[in-house]
Design a protein around this ligand. Sequence first.
Ligand SMILES: [Zn+2]
Ligand SMILES: [Zn+2]
Length: 312
Amino acid sequence: MRSRICTICAKPSVIVRSHEGRSLCRRHFMESVERNARKYVGKHRMIESGDRIGVALSGGKDSAVALYVLKNIVGKRKDVSLCALSIDEGIAGSRDAALKKAKQLCKKLGVKHCTFSFRKELGMTLDAKVRKLKLGREGVCGFCGIARRWILNREARGLGLNKLALGINLNDEAESIMMNYVRGDMLRAARLGPVTNYSISGRGARLFIPRIKPLRMIPEPEIELYAKFASLPFHPKHCRYRGGIRIDVEKSLDMLEKRYPGTMFTIVSTFDRILPGIRSAVAQEGYVLKCKKCGEPASKDICKCCELWRNG
Ligand SMILES: [Zn+2]
Ligand SMILES: [Zn+2]
């Protein structure tokens, strides 16, 4: 039976957390999300004195909440700085609207905002790349992700940032974990986790800007609800190129979560227990090199971005 009142204060509830057996009103829900993020950031020492953090801001709800929550956590600390980085991939349609929302949010929060584009950094928009190579849905996300990460890493380093914060939520992380199991990609699995810092050795390791994921234990529907309650400007649409195996994994996980509440928590927390083992198992393969063409971290002599985007 779904409870209609807050377990804490008996006001009308806005959410039922079946896996916790609690219902929460708007205020207690928002406090709980903030507390979860704050605790997670503290537990994994995501913020340290002297940090210059760049939040990867897409204009969607997840990165908007990540920026908002981090801004609250950092508060008026003088020893930590925060800025936002957006990428214009060059996708006709919703991308401009999303970038506008990103800009609005930064203005609202008083955070410095930098935008970088595929066209300027790589000489071609994603749309043009898709047309040129006649990429199917399966391939686009891979091409886009490689280019986005390459630009983010390079520009973050250029701006003197030492960490990149990502708005990855619980569903995203559970999906990524399952995707890597399905594809048998242990190297990629080793790169998941609350903090990715490639402590693995190699010439290129220090070129990699560590990633932090403050929202990693917060379910997607809660992020969306939080963004709405906090009146954060965000664009509601998914990317139109979204497709491939991720969609199938997403559907299966949604089904499991519905039937067995708490499944996603279990997947991610179980993964975290075996992650040290995975990392040591692939330590040799995970050796990070420096790309001979662009100087970015690479797993071979030439990085994936140079291979796929900068080979003209
Ligand atoms: Zn309450
Ligand atoms: Zn390269």
